[in-house]
Design a protein around this ligand. Structure first.
Ligand code: UDX
Ligand code: ADP
Length: 481
């Protein structure tokens, strides 16, 4: 094996949901390494540097404590991308890779333009050898593309490319980073490649036992990330498929999840039936997988995985349709209170959140939507709705009418107080499983609502028996009426 480089300076390009927390934990656990996180977005960097830790650009339980430990000591946030690249021995790429919205592969393939830009910039700036680590989730063989760009534009500098996909889940990112089930590193199977892998292993070893660090070839690492997300999403779609059958037969999907989850071969996690999965990864990664399979002419494999997305679209559509059907076939002019907008609890991230798809379908019928989410800002909610007007995907929403922002603003109100949100509403839709929703004064909510007072619990979190007893008309996912 070549000499293993001991890393003193890390640069991470991209200060988002992946780059921010991951680098914060590396800096916290490796005080001997300088970690510079750089981003083009000046506001984001200013927020990461804000003395008031409530202003961090992303909300994650435990993140503020990690930042307090490391920021200014060996963790720095900056917009100076070139300086960050120049000083680093190891560069993590954590930029966003959304689904393409134009041209070849539109709606399916990952958009690699941000990655490509990074590679070109690294090639231009680098004056000494560097290890490049792909952290963002990428299609298989992106490392190859990176290598081509780096080596054809670079000025005689050697680049070793590793894949080390991030498996953290939002809302539990810090816990996942502190105690990962595994860290994965893919590298080239050459002496240089193995030395580069060892450099990264040595960083993770500062807090992770060696048996939890898995090393593979580069392409296996890239494909493992897509596969892990596809398997997790498939479990959610599988239990959601059963929830539809439960509603027809009177079985209870949560009881089924408990019963099958006891089987150690199945396991209890990711069996919570819901209004549909969201987040930046599941849909994007499966679409990516499907695109790859189609590219390699594996039609059956592509169709198999695509069904996971179709089931998720169906689940969201079923939920909106149930609201409209139950409210006597129209929600036009009716006040629908949304509890939650984030794609899951304990995050302010709203990418692909089911809530925006449900809102969109109800807005098509001219509902008046009132939203409360403890962590999502009003600007974000309007930005999501605006984005959706021109980026609808999925078999149930594609044909939807494009609404102007003026029209959307006349129908949607964002609140800071949950009780105001629900006052005089015809119905409440629970879209995110925030803990605080369980402890509301539901008697008071009922008294202030129009009757019949409907609750559509898209997360099965409130106590149905209690709400039934108060007088609500409660609809759950996967439970017969
Ligand atoms: C996921 C993967 O878990 C993580 O390993 C990867 O790095 C990124 O993608 P994330 O999207 O942050 O993480 O959250 P996750 O907890 O996986 O939830 C995804 C979606 O599935 C959420 O909308 C969640 O509400 C939903 N979900 C999850 C369910 O509906 N039921 C479940 O049982 C679990
Ligand atoms: P993720 O969930 O993958 O972390 P985010 O969108 O939260 O995605 O974060 C990605 C970050 O990468 C954004 O803050 C964006 O501004 C930044 N970014 C994208 N391209 C570049 C680039 N070429 N140089 C620096 N930062 C970039």
């Amino acid at each position: 094996m070549n000499e293993v480089k001991s890393i003193k300076n890390i640069c991470c390009i991209g200060a988002g949901y992946v780059g921010g927390p991951t680098m914060a934990v590396i800096a916290q656990r490796c005080p001997h390494i300088n970690v510079n996180v750089v981003d083009l977005n000046a506001q984001r960097i200013a927020d990461w540097n804000d003395a008031n830790l409530d202003k961090l650009p992303i909300y994650e339980p435990g993140l503020a404590d990690v930042i307090r430990d490391a920021r200014g000591r060996n963790l720095f946030f900056s917009t100076d991308v070139e300086k960050g690249i120049d000083e680093a021995d190891m560069i993590f790429i954590s930029v966003n890779t959304p689904t393409k919205t134009y041209g070849v592969g539109k709606g399916m393939a990952a958009d690699l333009k941000f990655i490509e830009l990074c590679a070109r910039q690294i090639a231009q700036v680098a004056k000494n050898d560097k290890i490049i680590v792909e952290k963002s989730t990428l299609p298989v063989r992106t490392a190859e593309a990176l290598r081509t760009i780096l080596h054809s534009t670079g000025n005689g500098v050697n680049f070793d490319i590793l894949s080390s996909p991030e498996f953290l889940a939002e809302g539990t990112a810090i816990q996942d980073l502190h105690n990962p089930d595994r860290f994965l590193i893919g590298g080239e199977q050459t002496e240089r490649g193995e030395a580069a892998v060892q450099s990264l292993v040595d960083i993770y070893l500062n807090w992770v036992p060696r048996e939890n660090i898995v090393t593979t070839r580069v392409w296996s690492s890239e494909l493992s990330k897509l596969t892990a997300n596809a398997f997790l999403a498939q479990r959610v779609s599988s239990i959601n498929a059963i929830s539809a059958l439960c509603e027809k037969t009177g079985a209870d999907v949560d009881e089924i999840a408990r019963a099958i989850g006891k089987d150690s071969r199945i396991g209890a996690k990711f069996l919570k039936s819901s209004v549909g999965f969201g987040g930046s990864c599941f849909q994007k990664d499966i679409l990516n997988l499907v695109y790859l399979c189609r590219h390699f002419n594996l039609r059956e494999v592509a169709d198999y995985w695509e069904q996971v997305i179709k089931m998720n679209d169906y689940q969201k559509h079923r939920f909106s349709k149930n609201i409209i059907d139950s409210l006597f076939n129209t929600v036009s002019g009716k006040k629908i209170a949304f509890l939650g907008w984030a794609f899951k609890k304990d995050t302010n991230d709203t990418r692909e959140t089911a809530a925006m798809y449900i809102a969109d379908e109800l807005l098509q019928d001219r509902a008046e939507i009132h939203v409360y989410d403890p962590k999502v800002s009003e600007e974000q909610i309007f930005a999501d709705l605006e984005y959706l007007q021109t980026h609808r995907v999925g078999q149930y929403v594609e044909q939807g009418e494009i609404m102007s922002m003026e029209e959307i603003r006349s129908l949607v109100t964002v609140h800071k107080d949950p009780y105001n949100t629900m006052q005089s509403a015809h119905a409440i839709a629970i879209l995110t499983e925030w803990d605080e929703f369980k402890t509301y004064d539901w008697e008071k909510v009922y008294n202030d609502m129009l009757k019949p007072a409907f609750v559509f619990d898209g997360r099965n979190i409130v106590d149905k028996d209690q709400l039934d007893a108060i007088g609500f008309d409660v609809y759950n996912i996967g439970k017969g009426k």
